[in-house]
Design a protein around this ligand. Structure first.
Ligand code: ADP
Ligand code: MG
Length: 712
């Protein structure tokens, strides 16, 4: 059966070489299989016939019975068009053709009942239908088999070349005729009976030629389930293979560093979520496999201490650890924070960034290689070839979305080398890897995209945090906002003011930033007020200097571009003002807001915009004022932008889904994942008889790479 489905589309009745070329270039359809997997966008109710006097100006596609009573040709500057008059007992409309006019004139029989179908336009009191589909009423009555007609994805070129939706339906019909509508089963019996699924052949038939709504729903469910099931199976298998093939350095014991910190030096009680995540990490580190884990936690949820305590596990087992962050500012913060935490533990810890000087570097390189240095924190500088560890056991990457996969794998190579006992080949054992991100990815998406990473989630904020009050203010309210700022500074608080910086309009953006800075300096004069400014055009040392002034509380206001977006921690800062907030994406707004609300004081976020707002901007602003739940925000973001935009092209596997939608079909996804897990847990190699169908289908899919082509 599968061999038949691999037949090139050229051989199908009604296709031919020209149409085959079009189908290939426009829709990527090469084979029978591709065609059968071209699922309709929607369905039309072909049982409904309109009378001409029922037409509305905004009618969509309609179907009308009537006669063509005559033609006229109209010549215009832009070419000729053919206009036919079409009427029923209630009125008349115009049918318009810009192409194929001779053929239309020759083939249409005047004053004979036709069924026409198409989209109506309304102009100057007249309804018209350009390039209608038409069929003799007598033929139409014989052909009508399905009440709902599939509408397939199309392109302008396809319809211009005459491959209309009607033609697509015909081609699909001949595919079913030629294959007798029998297709190999792709899901095992036990799943069929547990979920009462339609057999594959019935599902395919009903999705293309639905008998009724109920069968259509069941057909769609069945096909979506199958698609998500095999996607999950693939991801989980990849993960299992990873675990069995990639050995890690086992951290056998929890030792004095961890215990002494946990018992005597914890600065606060861990949240339950932090404890749970630490257990998950501990479990990975103790196994023989390399850990490859994603730690998700909203801004301020306390990922840093989890990272630190994981590092202690490495140290306890005689290994080194490193932490890489995307910006120098953030690396410095981590360095200070972790130095403080490790104060009483007698741990050697150093910072390496682009601005470390030669003698600092030499010192770091040396102590890394001889093992004196236990923890290294820094930026991309850690990836340089000169940075060699004696025995790196754990690499942590903060804010994963800022780093590419290539960089992640560069860290892998910094692991300790070992000589296998049975041969003399030297092998690099990759360090355990923990990537941390504060950009919450909706669970459904994470599940489909990061299925090859294990995921831990901190879904609880430390106690005592007050919700940040978020408001939206128009530029015209600026004076009130300034007054509010003065009051807050009076109370001893600090304030961020953030300006957008978009690459394309960089010049204007810097002008806005500097104008804004100057007006703030005017409104908040020295010496009473001190103001910091940080932006991307400053030298790293200057940025750090200004940042430090703010951290130490020497300045009350920090004017900045989004360089401060990621991770800075200044608990006394309690007001975040975002200028031109309509220009920021949701996740960025959420990240920025997360810079405040870190101390005990009530914090505020003020979103400043002009009056002119797009629909999407309004939704973003409303979402921000309504909720502070990162996952909820991520879901809205996903709805607004689509998964491709969020994950980038690299991980666009979810985009290649043909029928399922990871957001709308969330429940089916969970169920598919449940079954995929169950199957692989009991039969990882898929050798049991009952899983034979799965194995065959899986092999088939991998062979033809239909939905797997994104897997690296
Ligand atoms: P993020 O997850 O955004 O990196 P951080 O690790 O920077 O968050 O933590 C944010 C703040 O919360 C820090 O000041 C940290 O000391 C504090 N914090 C973390 N965990 C707890 C806890 N369990 N109880 C109280 N405060 C905590
Ligand atoms: Mg952080």
């Amino acid at each position: 059966m599968s061999s038949k489905l691999q037949t090139p589309i050229d051989y199908l009745k009604g296709v031919g070489p020209n149409r085959a070329d079009l189908l290939r270039s426009e829709l990527g359809i090469q084979t029978y299989q591709d065609l059968i997997n071209l699922f309709p966008n929607r369905y039309l109710d072909r049982t409904k016939y309109y009378k001409i006097n029922e037409l509305q100006r905004n009618s969509a596609e309609v179907q009308i019975i009537g006669n063509i009573t005559g033609f006229k040709e109209i010549t215009q500057k832009r070419g000729k068009r053919l206009v036919g008059t079409f009427q029923d007992e209630t009125g008349r409309i115009e049918l318009v053709w810009f192409r194929g006019q001779k053929w239309i004139r020759d083939s249409i029989k005047p004053n004979t009942p036709y069924v026409i179908f198409g989209k109506v336009n309304w102009f100057n009191g007249v309804f018209s239908m350009p390039h209608p589909e038409f069929e003799l009423l007598s033929v139409h009555e014989q052909n009508l088999s399905s009440t709902m007609q599939a509408v397939y994805p199309s392109t302008e070129k396809l319809s211009n070349k005459g491959v209309t939706n009607k033609v697509m339906n015909k081609i699909m019909q001949s595919l079913f005729l030629e294959t007798n509508g029998r297709f190999a089963e792709t899901l095992p019996d036990f799943i069929h009976s547990e979920l009462k699924l339609l057999p594959k052949s019935d599902a395919l038939f009903n999705v293309h030629f639905p008998k009724n709504q109920e069968l259509l729903s069941r057909a769609e469910f069945r096909l979506k389930f199958e698609e998500l099931f095999y996607l999950q199976l693939q991801l989980i298998l990849k993960n299992l293979i990873h675990k069995s093939k990639i050995k890690g350095v086992p951290f056998n014991s929890v030792g004095p560093y961890f215990n002494s910190f946990y018992n005597d030096h914890l600065p606060f009680e861990l949240t339950n979520a932090q404890k749970r995540v630490l257990k998950e990490i501990r479990h990975d580190l103790g196994s023989n496999a390399q850990m490859n884990r994603l730690l998700q936690g909203d801004v301020g949820s306390g990922k840093t201490i989890v990272a630190f305590m994981s590092m202690l596990m490495a140290l306890d087992n005689g290994f080194q650890a490193c932490l890489m962050a995307p910006t120098a500012i953030l690396s410095v913060q981590h360095f200070q924070g972790l130095s403080e935490l490790s104060n009483k533990l007698n741990i050697s810890i150093k910072l390496l960034t682009g601005s470390s000087n030669t003698s600092q570097r030499r010192e770091i390189h040396k102590s890394l290689e001889n093992g004196d240095l236990q923890i290294l924190i820094g930026t991309h500088a850690l990836l340089e070839d000169k940075v060699k560890f004696k025995n790196l056991g754990l690499a942590i990457i903060d804010e994963q979305h800022r780093f590419g996969v290539a960089q992640r794998s560069k860290l892998w190579k910094k692991g300790p080398s070992s000589t296998l006992s049975n041969d003399s080949e030297i092998q690099i054992v990759p360090p355990h890897v923990l990537v941390m991100t504060a950009t919450p990815i909706p669970r459904t998406l994470a599940m489909s995209v990061y299925g090859d990473l294990d995921i831990s989630i901190i879904d609880e904020l430390p106690p005592g945090r007050q919700a940040i009050k978020t408001v939206h203010r128009y530029d015209s309210n600026r004076l009130k906002v300034m007054r509010f700022m003065r009051d807050e500074i009076e109370k001893g608080r600090q304030i961020y003011i953030v300006y957008p910086l978009i690459q394309e309009s960089e010049h204007m953006d810097y002008k806005d930033l500097m104008d804004g800075y100057e007006s703030i300096v005017r409104e908040f004069p020295q010496p009473k007020y001190q103001i910091s400014i940080v932006h991307g055009k400053m030298k790293p040392v200057d940025k750090e200097f200004e940042m430090q002034r703010f951290v130490k509380g020497e300045t009350q206001i920090m004017v900045a571009t989004t360089v401060i977006e990621v991770g800075v921690n200044v608990p006394n800062a309690s007001v975040m003002i975002i200028e031109s907030a309509e220009r920021f994406g949701l996740s960025q707004l959420h990240q920025l807001r997360g810079r405040v609300g870190r101390g005990a004081e009530q914090s505020f976020c003020i979103l400043m915009t002009s009056f002119k707002l797009s629909q999407d901007s309004k939704v973003r602003l409303e979402t921000m004022t309504k909720t502070s739940d990162g996952f909820e925000i991520a879901e809205v973001d996903l709805r607004l932008r689509g998964p491709g935009d969020i994950m980038g092209t690299q991980q666009s596997g979810v985009l290649n889904l043909k029928i399922a939608d990871v957001i709308k079909d969330k429940d089916i996804l969970y169920s598919a994942r449940f079954y995929a897990k169950q199957v692989l847990t009991s039969d990882p190699s898929l050798t049991n008889t009952e899983n034979k169908t799965i194995l065959n289908t899986y092999r088939e899919l991998s062979k033809y790479k239909n939905i797997w082509n994104y897997i690296s």
